[in-house]
Every structure is written in structure tokens, then in C-alpha cells.
Design a protein. Structure first.
Length: 357
């Protein structure tokens, strides 16, 4: 079984959710049903995990709706054919870890008194009965439970401390979200075809492209899972340009999950491959991305050096993306000045960096 963060807007996942709805419709009246529809499940504050069997079929799902410091467990379901393997616990554990990484410290849920197996599962996983929360009201057909989440030392060491004064630095946003989603779907199909054909180089190529698009779509945790799953394929082609793209995509996904220290060696591998292969446009992209990550860590001198190198290459190549590197250097200077103003009350007023990609 494989568990990963995925979009719920997939035919087999939609069918799985419909199976859950049919089950619950037979237990509770509509006024006591509090399910999230597909549109709600695709919102940016929702984590959605899917479990797939060896054939790639969706056999389980679970969601967490994130709030400020807390979240709500929703849409927990495992197909009857896949039960008895501990899959529900694995789904919940995976989502709980993802929630912790995003600052969630308390999870709650609403279930029903007729779902005895589910209630027993939640109790085994550390959930205890509580009163209504959020917009819920007392209902004899509702059972409310909650569980405090603890940050384990081993887990917290993998996530860099985030300075609230240094937010994401000029993170790119796709200008056409619908076209971006179509490209993601297309690349999922291409990756699946490469895997079926046993073409490891094409697998690396499509995984790198898909990972990059997922990160742009703010699905960086799924991107990390995807790229990690194809690490062996990348290592099988250590000198390929596709592998350089892979390491850059992996580094950027790690960056936006807060694991910037882990991203550093991935950026370095991508840069070494570009230098050896003479892939100057890609080298400039890696330098630019690495510089943004350094800026978010307030390592301003290093960030300026990386982005400056990217700009020099782009000028040499007459790459139109040199405008983006110039804008990044300007924003970096403003960010540096703002941080200096925070340290010295007598300094010039703080200037916030402008937005952009």
C-alpha cells in the first residue's frame, strides 16, 4: 500500500467518496450529516491523503481541514476490501504528521454513535470524547472527539524554524490555474505511462516536471512524496539533464515544506550536474531558486550571490527571465533593509518587498 497527499478530484477517489456517502446515508438523516463536498475538499487549507493498493487503485482516504493551530479530521474511509491491514491508522498518522508540520497542535472530529468500529479506531489512536466545537451543536447522532498533537524532536529537527519576519520570498504563482491543473493531470498520465513501460529516464523527466508543477500549485508535500518515490530512478541516471531538473524540483519542494536545510544538498547536486553538462539556462534557474530559499533564511549575502550569478548567466544567454532575477535582487535589498530597520530603531523605515514571481 502507498499513501500520499493527492487531489480528491480524481475519478477513482470520487468513486471512493461516493461509497462513503452511500454508507453514511444509510445511517443518519441529512440534518445529522456534515460531510464536505468535492469543492470544499479541494480548498487550499485541506490536506487530503489517498491510500492506493499495488495496482494503483484508491482504497482509502482521509482529510484534515486546517485552521489556526487546530484542524478537523474529515472523510476517513477505507474500502471494505482493504480493511484489516492497519490502513486507517496509517492514513491518520500520515495526515497528523503533515498537520504538525503546518503548525497544527490539536485535531478534532465529528463522528456518529452507529459507527462503532470508527469510534474504537479513534480511541486507539488517542482521541478522547469532547463537546461540540466550531459550528456544531449538541446532537444525539453526533460524537465529538479531540486529540492534542505533539511535535516529536526527531520530526521537528527536519523542519527549519520559520522567521515570521521573512515570509516566502517571491514565490511563483501560475497565472492560469485551470491550465496548470490540466498540465498536472497530463503529467500524471505521462508518468504512469513511463512507469508501465519501465522507462526510468522518462520517469525521472516526468516526475521532475510533475513535482515542480505540484509545488507551484501549493501541493509541495505531495511533490516531496512523489520525488522521493522516484529517487532510485534519478540515481540510475546520475549524469542526465532530467536528473538535474529532478534535484532542482526536489530542493524547491523541500524548501516550501519548511525543510530548507535538507534542500541545500539537493540544490548543490542540481548545480553540479548543470556545470558538468553545460546546461546554462537550467543552471541559472537553480541558482535563482536557491537564492530565494537563502533569502527566506535571511542569509542575505549568500542569496545575493546566488541570484547575482543567475542574473549574469541570463544576461549572457539573453534570457528574458533576467527581469525576474533583477526584480529578486531589488526585493532582496528591500528585505535586507527592512530587517536592518527592525534591529536598529534609528534606521530608515522598513520597506516590505514587492510581490511577484
Amino acid at each position: 500500500m502507498h499513501i500520499a497527499l493527492e487531489s480528491p478530484d480524481q475519478p477513482d477517489v470520487i468513486a471512493l467518496i461516493a461509497e462513503l456517502d452511500a454508507y453514511q446515508d444509510g445511517l443518519y438523516p441529512p440534518e445529522s450529516r456534515h460531510a464536505l463536498d468535492l469543492a470544499a475538499l479541494t480548498r487550499t487549507n485541506v490536506l487530503f491523503a489517498v491510500a492506493r493498493d499495488e495496482a494503483g487503485r484508491a482504497v482509502g482516504c482521509c482529510a484534515i481541514v486546517l485552521g489556526t493551530g487546530s484542524g478537523e479530521l474529515k472523510r476517513m474511509f477505507v474500502s471494505p476490501s482493504a480493511r484489516g491491514q492497519g490502513l486507517a491508522q496509517r492514513l491518520m498518522a500520515r495526515l497528523e504528521a503533515e498537520a504538525v508540520a503546518r503548525g497544527c497542535r490539536l485535531l478534532r472530529l465529528e463522528s456518529g454513535p452507529f459507527q462503532l468500529e470508527a469510534l474504537a479506531l479513534y480511541a486507539r489512536c488517542g482521541y478522547e470524547r469532547c463537546g461540540p466545537f466550531g459550528g456544531y451543536v449538541d446532537d444525539p447522532l453526533s460524537v465529538f472527539m479531540e486529540k492534542p498533537l505533539e511535535v516529536k524532536a526527531a520530526e521537528s529537527s527536519n523542519v527549519d524554524a520559520m522567521n515570521p519576519a521573512a515570509p516566502e520570498f517571491l514565490r511563483f504563482t501560475a497565472p492560469d490555474a485551470e491550465a496548470h491543473a490540466r498540465n498536472i493531470s497530463m503529467l500524471r498520465e505521462k508518468l504512469e505511462q513511463a512507469l508501465l513501460a519501465g522507462d526510468t529516464l522518462a520517469t525521472v523527466d516526468h516526475a521532475a516536471d510533475l513535482g515542480g508543477l505540484l509545488t507551484t500549485a501549493r501541493q509541495e508535500f505531495e511533490a516531496v512524496d512523489l520525488l522521493r518515490a522516484h529517487l532510485g530512478a534519478a540515481e540510475a541516471h546520475p549524469h542526465a539533464q532530467a536528473t538535474a531538473w529532478y534535484w532542482n524540483a526536489y530542493a524547491t519542494a523541500l524548501q516550501y515544506t519548511g525543510r530548507r536545510s535538507a534542500a541545500e544538498p539537493c540544490f548543490a547536486k542540481a548545480l553540479d550536474l548543470c556545470a558538468a553538462g553545460g546546461w546554462l539556462r537550467l543552471q541559472a534557474m537553480v541558482l535563482h531558486h536557491w537564492g530565494r530559499s537563502l533569502a527566506e533564511q535571511q542569509r542575505f549575502d549568500e542569496a545575493e550571490a546566488r541570484i547575482g550569478e543567475a542574473l549574469a548567466l541570463r544576461v549572457e544567454l539573453q534570457d528574458p527571465r533576467q527581469a525576474g532575477s533583477r526584480r529578486a535582487l531589488e526585493a532582496l535589498a528591500e528585505l535586507r533593509a527592512g530587517q536592518a530597520a527592525v534591529v536598529s530603531p534609528d534606521a530608515a523605515p522598513t520597506v516590505q518587498p514587492s510581490g511577484g514571481s
